[in-house]
Structures are given as C-alpha cells and as structure tokens.
Ligand binder design. Structure first.
Ligand SMILES: [Mg+2]
Length: 411
C-alpha cells in the first residue's frame, strides 16, 4: 500500500479559542526567591542575585526601582541596604525541574518558555480537573508546598493575553482574563506590555502621545505604520486587538504533509491526471497556509498498474506557501514522468510537501485576516473555511470531484 509519510511526526497543538484555557505560569523573581527560600534570614529583605550584573532582584529590591539587567553598583545606589548574593545555578536548575514536574502533572500540554515560565493548555481537562481557575489555584498551591516558591499565573484564551495577565498578577497572584472582556483588560495597560515593544518602540510611540494599548488600537494600522513601519505596525495592531493565534507547542512539528488519490485501473487521459494533481495541490496548499507553514520540496509519488512505484521530487529555490508555485513544480514533475505513466498505466497519484518551515514572523499574529490579503489563495481559503472544503473546486474536477478526503491530522 502507498504510505504517505505525513503521519510520521505528530504533536498535539491547540489553537487559541473563545474559552480561557491557556495558563501562563511564571515564577516570581526566580533566583532571588530560591535564595530567600534556602536562606531564611534573606526573607523580607531586598536581595540581589548576581555579580557584576543583577540577574534577579527580590520584590523588596524592585520596590526601590531595581530592574534586571542592571549593574550591581547602580542597583546598590538605588537600594543601598540590599544583600548581594552570588548565583547558585545548580539550585535553580533543580528548582526548575521540580516546578516543571508539577506543570506536567497538571496537563500533558506544556510549552516551556524558559527555566522559570511555561504555557499550559488546560482545555479539555474540565471533567477531570475542573475549571481553569481551579486548576490554576491548585497549581500555585502545589508549587508553594512542593517547591516552596511563589508563582504567578495568567489565564486567557490566547498565549499573549495569558502572559500579559501573569505579569499583571505579580507578585504571587492569579489573573483571569474573561472571554469577551479581553479588550477591557488590555486597553488600559501601558504599550510596553505588548510583545515586541522595547525601549526604542516605546519611545517612538510616546513621542506620538501613545502610552496606552487602547490608544494604539484606536490609532488604526495605517497611522501606526507611519510611526513604526509596516511589520511592527501589523504585529502590534493585531496584538492591541487581542489577536494571537499561536498554539501551545509541545514538541517537534511535523516535517511533511501529503495527500493522495487512487485512480483505479482504467486508463486516464493525461489532462484528467493533471486535474487530479491540481486537486491535491489545492488541498495541500490550503493545509500549509492554515498551519502557517511553507515548504521547500515538492514530491510526486506514482503507483503503476504493475504495482511498481516511482517518486520524483523538486526542491524550490525559496520556501513557499503559494498554491501556484507548488502547482508549477508538481506539474513539471508530472510532465517529466509522463512517458513512464503512458507506458505502465497510473493507478495512484500522491503529492507530498516536505522541508517544511514556519511561514515566518509576518504570519504570527494574524488570525482574523487572511495572511496574503487580496490573493487568490487567501480568498479560496476563506471561502472553504466558511462554506466547507467542497465549496470551491477546479472546473476540471467538477464532474469527478476531488475524491475522498484523507482525514486531516493537525499540521
Ligand atoms: Mg519569571
């Protein structure tokens, strides 16, 4: 049997959703908290962990304006009575491991961001573990008793909002962004809370009188583009309206996707075969774009009447997610294989897209608008999303149909 390699690498991926089921859990002043946990006398005192540079500051020190990274001399000028402690990396690694063990006990969908923070998807755990808020309460309590560290948790329908919420909850707090109240939560916050707003961008925004996220949202993308350029404007405008489609990512992403179509044993005219190939191309192009991926290599797989097989592949100069480019490559491969097809008779045609890559940062934050606006691909994708995958088909396939769809695994 013809086996597509598309099922080879699979991982659970969960999209942003209307319910608030994504937790962002972030330990508070991690290194400093470990030091206060292990050395009683440091509790309640301003603590700086570091040597030349402050790696972590306890909340008692942060209250004096100490930030990380900042050099220790400067920090001590702000907070002269702070205790400076050298870092103990092995203690932090052990604490991190214990915290992640609690994360993994909470849900199988854990996406570690760094040594002290992770996203957890708790959607689908309601019946076993309860509401996300209860799960988050329990998570914080467990980390306090088992590891002895304070952790803040944000809960929202998207990763971005969950992260903003955990920052808002600090120190040692819990913050839920209720579905439908996202903008009420987001818009009063300072623009620095948006991912991608560093010192330079913040200064440019402030120079234009924009200090709150709501102001940025109201400004509109064209005006924002004039201040920050197209890429940043697009990214920040989407975030300001709480659009963030990223899923909790737990492992390796699949490296190829494929589809195939059995043709039976009666002979098929070359243009009929080409039309089937186009149908496969359309379907895979759509899946590629829906998953925010691009491909470099197009692989044509053929099975013949005598059960022999052939594979032809073509690697593109540039990664693409455009149906037209994929189709061009697929058609070239079919043309090359035509003598073989004529000679042996084709019973199955398959197409795989491999060398998959993320489509690029430009796509990260655009769930509500088609990624390549005004292109045929985006229009067709949108029609199919709204009206079903059979809503639009190629004229050449109208009579035969695209064939039975292979069940789609998440890409
Ligand atoms: Mg942290």
């Amino acid at each position: 049997m013809f086996v597509s390699d598309s099922a080879a690498v699979r991982r659970p991926r969960i999209q942003s959703r209307a319910e608030a089921t994504i937790l962002h859990a972030d330990l508070d002043s991690f290194y400093a908290s470990v030091e206060q946990r292990d050395q009683r006398w440091l509790r309640g005192k301003p603590v700086l962990v570091g040597g030349g540079v402050v790696l972590a500051a306890s909340y008692e020190a942060k209250a004096f304006g100490v930030r990380t990274p900042m050099n220790v001399g400067q920090a001590l000028r702000l907070c002269p009575h702070a205790v400076v402690v050298p870092p103990r990396m092995s203690a932090y690694a052990a604490a991190s491991e214990a915290v992640f063990a609690v994360f993994h006990d909470t849900t199988p969908l854990v996406e570690g961001i760094s040594i002290d923070e992770a996203f957890l998807d708790v959607g689908g755990l309601r019946r076993i573990s309860g509401e996300p808020v209860e799960i988050a309460h329990r998570l914080r309590a467990e980390i306090a008793t088992k590891v002895g560290l304070p952790i803040s948790v944000g809960i929202a329908g998207t990763k971005f909002l969950a992260k903003v919420a955990s920052a808002d909850a600090k120190p040692d707090g819990l913050r839920l962004v209720e579905p439908g109240r996202e903008l009420d939560f987001l818009h009063p916050l300072p623009v620095q809370r948006l991912w991608g707003v560093g010192k330079v961008t913040a200064a440019a925004l402030h120079a234009n009188g924009i200090t709150r996220i709501g102001q940025l949202a109201e400004l509109g993308e064209p005006h924002l583009r004039a201040i920050l350029g197209p890429a940043a404007a697009r990214h920040l405008f989407a975030l300001a309206w709480a659009r963030d489609p990223r899923r909790v990512e737990t492992g390796r992403r699949r490296r190829s996707i494929g589809a195939q179509r059995a043709l039976g044993r009666r002979g098929r005219a070359p243009e009929e075969i080409a039309a089937y190939l186009d149908g496969l191309t359309d379907r895979l192009g759509r899946r590629l774009r829906a998953a925010d991926r691009s491909c470099r290599t197009v692989v044509l797989r053929l099975r013949f009447d005598d059960f022999s097989r052939a594979t032809r592949s073509h690697t593109l100069l540039e990664a693409t997610d455009a149906t037209a480019s994929i189709r061009h490559a697929a058609r070239l491969l079919l043309d090359t294989a035509q003598p073989l097809v004529t000679e042996r008779g084709l019973t199955l045609i398959g197409l795989s897209l491999t060398n998959l890559d993320d489509a690029g940062p430009r796509q990260l934050t655009l769930p509500l608008e088609p990624r390549a606006e005004n292109t045929l691909d985006a229009t067709l994708d949108d029609l199919r999303r709204r009206f079903g995958s059979t809503a639009v088909t190629r004229a050449a396939l109208l009579k035969t149909g695209e064939g039975l769809s292979v069940p789609l695994l998440p890409d």
